[in-house]
Design a protein around this ligand. Structure first.
Ligand code: UN1
Length: 506
């Protein structure tokens, strides 16, 4: 038994109840097994949430909402502050668990927990800044303003690749907004969810607050469908694949509920002939092979000016030969395993398609059969942007190289995909940079200059356009999606003038 599992209160046999809620114990339920992609072995099992338990969790969430919404926002912020402190205490074991259960390297596991801490800090400040606007009424002796009210239980569906951070972007913001949350984590990383739930439960217990404020359920697609079809959950925030998001969006729209969708990306970096190539190469490698290409912000396409194309290609090929692939908890490793066998197969299929469509695989793509676990060599391919496979997000470390002559052509390739999450340009030319950021430049939700596509800070709104789903999470004013807006007009005079100057004498 690994020390970090013990530190997080996870026992070998069974990691805990599926809901993380102490009042629920159902040993009869089916189990979900957690495997580590490090060597494919079993870590522990978790009970799936049954329909009855789901009802209990919803009831607890609705009940908790009654008290939580009456707790002043800055006091809600105080609870989130304590969660941030507790996460600081558990940063190392939780970072290790993220690394062990998901497969990202330990540095990135720590980074993920740091994102949780950062969003807690952000949410604490926000708890005193849930501002509405005031307006000037067109009628005399009238006052208008808007205010933001809590929404109710918020459903959070998160993915395996960021098993803890994406939850906290949603949960901590929702919490200061006065909402309760119900979290369905990925069935591929159930222990991360249980560990986070235990940490939060400690804070709730210390403050004598109900566990229903932060609810957890564990399951597969069916469990997600209970949530999306449930009118008691006014908002579903879902992160994952485009097909998943489409299903969630349609189900929630059918009941006129709200969604925040954060779906796939097909992120590109334009590399101009005016780029600082040293910086560019570092950013590209981190963006393309970091988290083994399993971030929604991973760099998938490089659109390279013809003058620097050969140099960039050759240097990248050289670096790819020497990348350390292996155990993500080993400090020398840069690339850990893919999440599972299916991910390895998807990568192989994509590389086959590249060749079928006329592209070439310059290096990598090999499955490291001699290692237990799901290890692959990151691949670089030469392709054309219109290839069907290039239009598609493959959740694996495949980097596509595309050559361009003019900036208009580059932007055309850049925007010529169905997804619109993150984007970058590397250039020291201000005209190129500003054009890329303008409305005729990148069509993505995130557009960077001289920084890669991944590793966004929590302070900005995170999300993207087109098939990426249009939702925004995390910083800036993304909190507004977690509240309901109310416009108020107050007449403090002794007459009743009508708006638009309408005369209506009775
Ligand atoms: C994701 O891959 O779903 O910008 C989230 C980044 C991270 C978050 C990625 N801060 O790469």
């Amino acid at each position: 038994m690994k020390d970090f599992l013990k530190q997080l209160g996870i026992k070998n046999e069974n990691a805990g109840t599926s809901t993380g809620q102490t009042f629920l114990q159902n040993d009869e339920a089916p189990e979900i097994m957690s495997y580590t992609p490090v060597d494919g072995s079993e870590i522990a099992s978790v009970f799936e949430t049954t329909k009855d338990e789901y009802e209990e969790v919803i009831k607890a969430s609705l009940q908790a909402f009654d008290t939580w919404k009456m707790t002043p926002a800055p006091q809600r912020g105080e609870i989130v502050r304590q969660i941030g402190l507790k996460l600081r205490e558990y940063k190392e074991p939780l970072g290790k668990l993220v690394s062990y259960e998901m497969g990202k390297i330990y540095q990135e596991g720590l980074g993920e927990v740091q994102e949780m801490i950062d969003i807690c800090d952000f949410a604490v400040g926000l708890s005193r800044q849930l501002y509405g606007l005031t307006m000037h009424s067109e009628r005399p002796r009238h006052r208008m303003y808007e205010q933001w009210h809590p929404l109710g239980p918020v459903g959070i569906i998160s993915a395996f690749n960021f098993p803890v951070a994406v939850y906290s972007w949603n949960a901590m913001i929702a919490a200061v907004c006065g909402d309760t949350v119900i979290w369905k984590g990925s069935e591929k990383t159930p222990l991360c969810a249980i560990a986070v739930q235990k940490i939060i439960a400690e804070v709730l217990k210390e403050n004598d607050l109900p566990e229903g404020i932060f609810g957890l359920i564990t399951g597969t697609r069916d469990t997600g469908e209970w949530m999306t079809g449930d009118e008691r959950i006014p908002l579903i925030s879902a992160t994952g694949s485009i097909p998943m998001g489409r299903a969630v969006g349609q189900a929630v729209a059918a009941r006129l509920g709200k969604t925040i969708l954060e779906l796939g990306g097909n992120n590109a970096i334009i590399i101009s002939k005016h780029a600082d190539l040293e910086m560019t190469i570092r950013a590209v490698v981190f963006g393309a092979v970091g988290t083994a290409g399993q971030r929604c912000t991973s760099t998938r396409r490089l659109i390279i000016h013809e003058d620097v194309y050969d140099e960039i290609r050759d240097r990248l090929e050289g670096i790819y030969q020497s990348i350390n692939i292996g155990d993500p908890l080993d400090p020398d490793t840069l690339v850990g395993p893919l999440i599972d066998k299916d991910a390895v197969e998807n990568m192989q299929t994509a590389l086959k398609k590249v060749k079928e469509e006329g592209g070439s695989v310059l290096c990598g793509g090999d499955v490291l059969e001699n290692m237990e676990g799901h290890y692959v060599k990151p691949a670089i391919c030469e392709v054309e942007n219109h290839y069907e496979i290039v239009q598609h997000e493959t959740f694996a470390p495949i980097l596509y190289l595309i050559k361009y002559k003019t900036m208009d052509e580059a932007i055309g390739y850049h925007n010529g995909v169905r997804q619109g999450l993150s984007s970058s340009i590397f250039t020291l030319n201000i005209r190129e940079a500003e054009k890329f950021l303008s409305h005729i430049g990148s069509d993505c939700g995130i557009a960077n200059v001289n920084i890669g596509t991944s590793g966004a800070e929590i302070g900005g709104a995170f999300g993207g356009e087109k098939e990426t789903g249009g939702g925004r999470e995390s910083g800036s004013d993304a909190w507004k999606a977690y509240m309901r807006r109310q416009t108020n007009t107050i007449n403090w005079g002794d007459e009743l003038p009508l708006a638009q100057g309408i005369e209506f004498d009775v």
